[in-house]
Ligand binder design. Structure first.
Ligand SMILES: O=C(O)CCC(=O)C(=O)O
Ligand SMILES: [Fe+2]
Length: 325
């Protein structure tokens, strides 16, 4: 196992700041993961605490197993997108009275995603609204979702080195925001050396934030759109070290909340018109010719003018089909 990875911490308060855009892009290219400074968002500690309270109070989550080989039951509950302020699915009765808190949290997550997408466009030196306009919910459904996750502490049948909490996977959409709790680590990313590197909850051991920095990762869609320049990095969740020797400990449950951001389903994934992407494409032509993967499911730059290009909705379906065979 590699030593913990040091990921950049980015301030997104000014979404027109080219320097922040370049920093964000560098992290997205190098690691596919970065932290967002919690001071640079409109979320408050109480917004985040409240949404975690709902997570802890909710017992009706379904069991979800990403990798049956490794016995990784986790409990999850998904909340789909709000359209014109209304949820498109019924909430369980015990959450109905909390709908406005969920809506507020989701709104703020959307704002954070818009800042990140704008900064990425600035980093790529393209129209700063290139991505945001394609994620604009007033133009159609996106499939954005908020997911509460609960990983119970290790049980006595726990098999050290075998059982993990969430199997290796990449995310499908554009970007994911991950909210974590102090003292509940476990996320690992697969580095370019093919080693699992733990991602600490706090960067550089700094804890002077109102709530732990939001961990952001690039999903398959942005990787496809940029021909693999932006990395959709494989990640997983493991039991923390202390749980691996102490099976009886109930102290190490893990709660996390993920917000998955996706483009409007009808968005045509026309190649991102960035010189930086074109240069990357030229540099990687030999990889492509040798049939090596560029982004998940190929790359948008294989498209030729006059041909129909795939939509975000079709890309999502193809990733789902490739995963659930
Ligand atoms: O719970 C976590 O920390 C990670 C969750 C995750 O990667 C996912 O649901 O896609
Ligand atoms: Fe994930």
């Amino acid at each position: 196992m590699a030593s913990p990875i040091e990921l950049p911490l980015v301030d997104i308060s000014n979404s027109h700041d080219v320097v922040a855009g370049k920093k964000l892009l560098d992290a997205a290219v190098k690691h596919g993961f970065l932290y967002i400074d919690s001071n640079s968002t409109l979320l408050t500690t109480s917004d985040v605490d409240q949404i975690f309270d709902l997570n802890r109070g909710w017992v009706g989550m379904h069991v979800e197993t990403l990798d049956p080989e490794h016995h990784d039951p986790r409990r999850a509950m998904n909340i789909g997108e709000f359209q014109d302020g209304n949820l498109q699915q019924p909430l369980p009765p015990c959450l109905i009275s909390r709908e406005s808190e969920i809506a507020r949290f989701t709104d703020l997550c959307n704002t954070i995603c818009s800042h990140i997408l704008r900064l990425l466009a600035l980093g790529l030196e393209i129209d700063e609204e290139f991505f945001t306009s394609r994620h604009d919910q007033s133009r159609g459904t996106t499939g954005n979702s908020l997911r509460w996750l609960y990983y119970p502490a290790a049980v006595s049948s726990y098999r050290p080195g075998k059982d993990i909490r969430a199997g290796a996977h990449s995310d499908y959409g554009s970007i994911t925001l991950l909210f974590q709790r102090p003292g509940q680590p476990g996320l690992e990313i697969l580095t370019s050396n093919n080693e699992w590197a733990p991602v600490p909850v706090y960067p550089d051991g700094r804890t002077d934030f109102p709530f732990p920095p939001i961990l952001v990762n690039i999903g398959d869609m942005l990787s496809y759109w940029t021909d693999g320049l932006l990395k959709s990095t494989v990640h997983r969740v493991v039991f923390p070290k202390q749980d691996q020797s102490d099976h009886t400990s109930q102290a190490h449950d893990r709660y996390s909340i993920a917000f998955f951001c996706q483009p409007v389903s009808e968005t045509e994934l026309i190649p991102v018109p960035s010189e930086i992407v074109s240069l990357h494409q030229k540099e990687n032509r030999s990889d492509k010719e040798a049939g090596r993967v560029v982004g998940h499911g190929g790359g948008a730059h294989g498209w030729k003018a006059g041909q129909p290009c795939i939509t975000a909705g079709q890309h999502l379906q193809s990733r789902l089909a490739a995963t659930y065979v």
